[in-house]
Design a binder for this molecule. Structure first.
Ligand code: CP
Length: 303
């Protein structure tokens, strides 16, 4: 395929190729001259129908480091506000001779829809509650970097699994790379289909942390909350928040991850977010090299 729509479509070999390519780009972007000419004459449009800090800036930087021409579109402030459809919007952008579309959208399946209707290469930068493939790539790359391998590691994803595209993409990526996966959260935030995914389920955070090598602490997605009996934020942080006392009471060191943005004091306290065990900013750093790798590999498949 010439698209990156979800981790579900990828093989372990695909992920390992992205990792080894990212290793090379990571070396490049740590040099004084950070740019390579790999995507010269390729034009990329980053189209964001939902807010973003990390994904948007990281894709833009990755594209610029690869010497692509870049245009950025946010639905706020655009003619989407006058009623223009997604397809009309994208077809107008493509008529300006754009080769690759990076899209974030609030509707699950939006990037698949686009891939079925237009000719350009599509990278999914998050489609509603469905998938966020480049987040899972940078997350698993960061585990590999910190622990040497993903194979055989025990990873718990904590929090709002129900609304999280990060959780679903991470589950697929971790399983393909040979990790054991657990999800942990209140019953109201664990989806019914979880049994079909082959992951462990735990509702006690301490037990989950005692089991794992890595804890990925997700943000409570207030913007997607539809569940009526959702615990209050205070109850949530009491039962599922990670604080220093809990982290230090474990009889081993675990790696702490968070995709960002953090609700400090809700899913994770500041002293944990900023401690040695946390690789949160490494994840962001690795977003650039891994997105460079994904773009570079897909650009080679365009024709
Ligand atoms: N992790 C992540 O997708 O962050 P943004 O929403 O800021 O892009």
């Amino acid at each position: 395929t010439k698209h990156l729509l979800g981790i579900k479509d990828l093989t372990r070999e695909d992920l390992e190729l992205i990792f080894s390519t990212a290793d090379q780009f990571k070396e490049v972007i740590n040099r004084p001259i950070k740019k390579v000419p790999s995507l010269r004459d390729i034009t990329i449009a980053n189209i964001f129908f939902e807010n973003s800090t990390r994904t948007k800036l990281s894709f833009e930087l990755a594209e610029k480091r690869l010497s692509a021409d870049v245009i950025n579109f946010s639905s706020s402030g655009s003619s989407v506000k006058k009623g223009e459809t997604l397809l009309d919007t994208v077809n107008n952008i493509l008529s300006m001779k754009v080769d690759i579309i990076v899209m974030r959208h609030s509707s699950p399946g939006a990037s698949h829809f686009l891939a079925n209707h237009i000719d350009a290469t599509i990278l999914n930068a998050g489609d509603g509650t469905h998938e966020h493939p480049t987040q899972a790539i940078l997350d698993t790359y960061s585990i590999r970097e910190r622990l040497g391998t993903v194979e055989g590691k025990k990873v718990v994803i904590v929090g709002d699994i129900l609304h999280s595209r990060v959780a679903l993409s991470n589950i697929f990526a971790l399983q393909k790379l040979g990790a054991e996966v657990m999800v942990c959260g209140p019953h109201t935030l664990i989806p019914k289909y979880i049994d079909q995914l082959g992951v462990r389920v735990e509702h006690d955070l301490r037990k989950a942390l005692e089991w794992c090598d890595v804890a990925n602490m997700l943000r409570i997605q207030m913007e997607r909350q539809l569940v009526k009996n959702f615990p209050s934020v205070r109850e949530y942080s009491q039962h599922f928040g990670l604080n220093k006392e809990l982290l230090e009471s474990l009889d081993k060191e675990i790696v702490v991850m968070h995709p960002g943005p953090i609700n400090r004091g809700v899913e994770i306290t500041s002293d944990v977010a900023d401690c040695e065990n946390a690789i949160i900013l490494d994840q962001v750093e690795n977003g650039v090299a891994t997105r460079m790798a994904a773009l570079y590999l897909l650009a080679g498949k365009q024709n």
